[in-house]
Design a protein around this ligand. Structure first.
Ligand code: B1M
Length: 211
């Protein structure tokens, strides 16, 4: 029996070592990876987000908690792979858009996408359309995944898509996601798909690859 409230609290307090230990304990106890991820880690980040919004927590505390979240994700990473996948399904280039430094959700999407059998090139944060284009050519991308967590950076997704559509790279598909993004925004900016979370992003990628 894992005490998720305690795990959430450790995450909130940024106690990376404790988070790692509890995540490992949960795995050893045979608890499903998706449960540990959602109840143990993502639920903890949601509490943090609320307190951040209401100025109960500030950037330094949130950064420390984010580091603890990343430590927990690192433990989960090997278990996120689907062992039945033999051949690479396609090439995905992923990044957080220009001006935006949030990368936890994007990292999770990268891990699950890689685990589902894709060749993933994660460009990191603060990526301009030029960087997406350069990577798309270099890695011969099938799909670009873009993440944005800020209402001020989400419009840049359209800039990237428009630049691709008006170039020789117009065949490349786009999937977008992040807390402020939704299906209708994705459609509005001309993206081919919207990923609400990491697992459903993999489903969206799979369906785009067979189109
Ligand atoms: Co920031 N931040 N932050 N932050 N931060 C938010 C986003 C905010 C909602 C907090 C709040 O007010 N409640 C708010 C945005 C408000 C708005 O835009 N309307 C905010 C703000 C304001 C800011 C700053 C401006 C604060 C400041 O400086 N005054 C600043 C901006 C810095 C910048 O980017 N230029 C800032 C900074 C930071 C930290 C650096 C301290 C830290 C980031 C650390 C890091 O990422 N390495 C941070 C954090 C941690 C958050 C919150 C608390 C948590 C985000 C997170 O990691 N969630 C966040 C509050 C919130 O979102 N409720 C907040 C967990 C993660 C698993 O979920 O990222 O949603 P998420 O990813 C999901 C899905 O969205 C989806 O799948 C993921 C997995 O399920 N998904 C994709 C995500 N990307 C995808 C891409 C895809 C597909 C699916 O493509 C294929």
């Amino acid at each position: 029996m894992i005490d998720y409230a305690q795990l959430n609290q450790y995450l909130y307090e940024g106690k990376a070592k404790k988070v790692e230990e509890m995540v490992q304990e949960a795995i050893d106890a045979g608890i499903s990876i998706s449960e540990v991820l959602s109840e143990g880690l993502i639920a903890g980040m949601a509490v943090l987000g609320e307190d951040f919004k209401h100025n109960i927590l500030y950037v330094p505390e949130v950064l420390i908690a984010a580091r603890a979240m990343k430590s927990g994700l690192k433990i989960l990473k090997p278990y996120l792979a689907d062992e039945n996948v033999k051949d690479k399904k396609g090439v995905i280039v992923i990044g957080t858009v220009k001006g935006d430094l949030h990368d936890i959700g994007k990292n999770l999407v990268s891990m699950m996408t890689e685990g589902a059998g894709y060749e993933v090139y994660d460009l990191g944060v603060d990526q301009s359309y030029e960087q997406f284009m350069e990577a798309a050519i270099k890695y011969n991308a099938d799909i670009i995944g873009m993440s944005a967590l800020l209402t001020t950076t989400m419009p840049y997704m359209k800039t990237v898509i428009d630049k691709f559509r008006n170039s020789d790279l117009s065949h490349i598909k786009f999937v977008v996601g992040g807390a402020p993004i939704n299906e209708s925004f994705a459609a509005e900016i001309g993206a081919d798909g919207y990923g609400a979370d990491a697992a459903s992003t993999v489903d969206v990628l799979n369906s785009l690859m067979i189109e």
